[in-house]
Ligand binder design. Structure first.
Ligand SMILES: Cc1cc2nc3c(=O)[nH]c(=O)nc-3n(C[C@H](O)[C@H](O)[C@H](O)COP(=O)(O)OP(=O)(O)OC[C@H]3O[C@@H](n4cnc5c(N)ncnc54)[C@H](O)[C@@H]3O)c2cc1C
Length: 474
């Protein structure tokens, strides 16, 4: 190759001499793909099919040395760089147009130390990789609701899941992270080493470096728990949401229930008579002792006339992947999300109303509880903040054809506009779409934003890491 056309972080054209490219490529242990290579299109595809960006180079790293070399090459030639973990972010910022993608998706090693109750995971891991290895020892990290999500993006943005009411944000359970900085140095960030960086990485996303490994504190969970899903006809939504609010108001920390309103998928556990029709479902996870969990959930199982009930004894790992099929890679997705400090009836009525007006068979209104342990730490414990929030509401539009973009996006925006008056004013950084920048990023961090700017000035004063929900150094 004579010249490789690329783009600078500002989007200006950059020419990389073919010889320099070839020399550098020969040093990389993983694969280096450009537009003419087989596998390039598959490598640039991310979970959200709305994203269609063409990087100049995709480096499928096999180790930390590949990461360091990719960063050095991007800096030397003034080329933009983005970082891909699991590729699951709604905004698809892991793929930069014209730049170099540092793709970590082949770095999926996990080492568990049961005696210390910690796991070290490389940052190409998906949540299911960590669950699989930790559950071998009856331990679990506090991760999210869908096992195909990347640990890196999730943890760096905060992270919440079935265990968060017990143990906090995912980032609250992190002991340390290994990071390649903007200067290309490999450092460890923890409470004791580079504490300012550690504070910022726990919520501040990809703004401060390329994280190559994360050490999580683990908790005794399962392997068997009482968990699953239970659903009723859509007409019952207002009553089921009132029940959900009541249950969550005095639920023990071991119990988490997410409420979902959507058209029923053709899942075998749901009565065929409701397939394609609106349902309201509760996804329940009780990680306490089995007998106590059974007792605690007996009333829900008897409530009304369910059209499907798979709340039962099951492996914790199976609960972690129960929702995977509802969020496949390659569909079109658009989300609008907000935090709430209470679950006012008027807010729940609006959720039910928009749940009944969904335009696609795949969309959903979802309520996740994030009270409990998250709320108990001070807001400036780490960058993620938002410790006054008790619920996340997400209008998740999901459809197949580009012809249906406008209709589905309009539904999500309308639902969000209608529930927004009840918001804390905060929002979840990991649920922001491509178009949501400036004010929405500040809303996600609130009072912690100014401190994030200070840390950015120290660790990335030139804003090299900007293919992300960007924190300007100010
Ligand atoms: C189906 C689905 C379910 C989800 N469920 C939950 C949930 O239950 N709980 C929850 O909290 N969130 C959830 N999320 C949101 C999720 O946390 C974010 O989408 C997250 O960014 C995904 O991480 P990833 O590594 O797959 O993302 P990617 O798209 O690979 O990366 C996202 C961004 O993170 C940064 N980044 C990634 N890796 C690194 C790295 N190694 N070093 C530095 N920066 C990096 C980059 O800025 C990148 O643009 C869900 C998302 C989806 C699509």
């Amino acid at each position: 190759m004579e010249i490789l056309s690329a783009a600078s972080p500002d989007g200006a054209p950059v020419s990389i001499p073919g010889r320099a490219f070839d020399t550098w490529k020969a040093t990389i242990r993983g694969d280096v793909l450009t537009a003419t290579d087989p596998g390039y299109d598959a490598a640039r595809a991310v979970w959200n099919a709305m994203i269609d960006r063409r990087p100049a180079i995709i480096v499928r790293c096999l180790g930390v040395a590949d990461v360091v070399a990719s960063l050095a090459f991007a800096r030397e030639h003034g080329v933009a760089l983005s970082v891909r973990g699991g590729g699951h972010n709604i905004s698809g910022l892991s793929m930069c147009a014209g730049g170099i993608v540092c793709d970590l998706s082949r770095m999926r090693g996990v080492r568990v130390e049961p005696s210390r109750k910690v796991a070290y995971a490389q940052t190409g891991c998906l949540l299911g990789d960590v669950d699989r290895e930790t559950q071998l020892h009856g331990l679990a990290a506090c991760l999210g609701f869908v096992s195909k999500t990347g640990i890196a993006g999730l943890t760096l943005g905060g992270g919440f899941g079935y265990l968060s009411r017990r143990f906090g944000w995912t980032s609250d359970t992190v002991r340390s992270m290994d990071v390649v900085t903007a200067e290309g140095k490999l450092v460890t960030a923890s409470e004791k080493k580079n504490a300012d960086l550690f504070w910022a990485l726990r919520g501040g996303g990809g703004n401060f470096g390329i994280v190559t490994g994360i050490e999580y504190g683990l908790h005794k969970v399962g392997p068997d728990i009482i968990a699953g899903g239970i659903a009723w006809r859509g007409e019952e939504a207002p009553r089921v949401l009132a029940l959900w609010r009541e249950l969550m108001a005095d639920a023990p920390p071991e119990l988490t229930i997410a409420a979902v309103l959507r058209p029923a998928p053709p899942a075998p556990w749901l009565d065929p008579s409701v397939h394609g029709k609106p349902i309201v479902a509760l996804f329940i996870c009780h990680t306490g002792p089995l007998a106590r969990a059974k007792k605690s959930l007996a009333a829900i199982k008897k409530w009304g006339k369910p059209v499907g009930d798979i709340v039962q004894r099951r492996p914790y790992a199976s609960q972690q992947s129960l929702l995977d099929a509802t969020q496949p890679s390659g569909r079109r997705y658009y989300w609008k999300s907000e935090y709430f400090a209470g679950n006012e009836s008027a807010m729940l009525d609006r959720v039910a109303d928009h749940g009944a007006r969904i335009r696609s068979p795949h969309s959903a209104m979802v309520l996740f509880p994030i009270d409990g342990a998250i709320n108990r730490l001070p807001n400036d414990h780490s960058a993620v903040g938002n410790r006054d929030a008790k619920t996340v509401v997400n209008a998740t539009a999901s459809w197949e054809s580009p012809a249906d973009d406008a209709e589905n996006i309009a539904w999500a925006r309308e639902a969000w506009n209608d529930v927004r008056p009840f918001s804390t004013g905060g929002t979840y950084i990991n649920f922001l779409t491509e178009e949501e920048g400036g004010d929405r990023i500040r809303a996600a961090y609130g009072e912690n934003y100014a401190r994030l700017q200070t840390v950015k000035r120290t660790w990335d004063p030139q804003n090299f890491f900007r293919a992300n929900k960007n924190i300007a150094a100010g």
